[in-house]
Design a protein around this ligand. Structure first.
Ligand code: AMP
Length: 187
């Protein structure tokens, strides 16, 4: 199994973000789960990759040529794919993975998570989409998503496709036992 990790190219202001990223990287490797991610060595992206590699895990990076210098492409990975565009990056990351985890991050992280989650909503793939809600970082986003449900723009069943956990081990267990529900977007 391989899981795709979306996370900040920055580390954020709290140490807990980096610590949780390293814990997740280690836990994935210990569980024999490969990591697919954006291929950078900076921020939380680098923290997950380094921790998984240190534990002997497989880590595959996918980075656009144009970002190779800015995000400092990680040269110590099991595989590093340098692609031509962001679209190619996201498509390859999704293809190589059996599920998705978002760690704390900025708008790049949000965009990547929302893309795979909306694809799940449309039934384009059956893979689990999840958030590791480190230190309550995503609480306000989760609150807004519940507002979106109440306002009639998102079905509760599609909201429930997104797994939210605070603990890396619990999250991995939920992903491993995930069975995609059959919930059509269009009736
Ligand atoms: P951020 O969360 O903004 O620090 O970005 C995390 C990762 O998302 C980085 O590897 C960015 O290159 C990537 N990213 C930034 N913008 C986008 C976008 N529009 N679509 C997909 N990924 C992006």
């Amino acid at each position: 199994m391989r899981l795709c990790i979306f996370s900040g190219s920055s580390s954020g202001v709290k140490d807990s973000y980096s610590l949780a990223s390293k814990t997740l990287g280690r836990e994935l490797a210990k569980n024999g789960i490969g990591v697919v991610y954006g291929g950078a060595s900076v921020g939380l992206m680098g923290a997950v990759a380094d921790a998984a590699l240190h534990e002997g895990g497989e880590v595959i990076g996918v980075i656009p040529q144009s970002l190779f210098d800015k995000e400092v492409g990680h040269l110590g990975l099991s595989q590093l794919h340098v692609v031509q565009s962001m679209h190619e990056r996201k498509a390859m990351m999704a293809e190589l993975s059996d599920g998705f985890i978002a760690l704390p991050g900025g708008i790049g992280t949000f965009e990547e998570l929302f893309e795979v989650w909306t694809w799940a909503q449309l039934g384009y793939h059956p893979k689990p989409c999840s958030i590791l809600n480190v230190d309550g970082y995503y609480d306000q986003l989760i609150g807004f998503l519940d507002h979106t449900v109440r306002q009639g723009f998102l079905k509760q069943s599609h909201r429930d496709l997104l797994i939210v956990e605070q603990d890396a081990s619990k999250l991995i267990e939920r992903i491993k036992s995930y069975h995609p529900p059959l919930v059509p977007k269009w009736n």
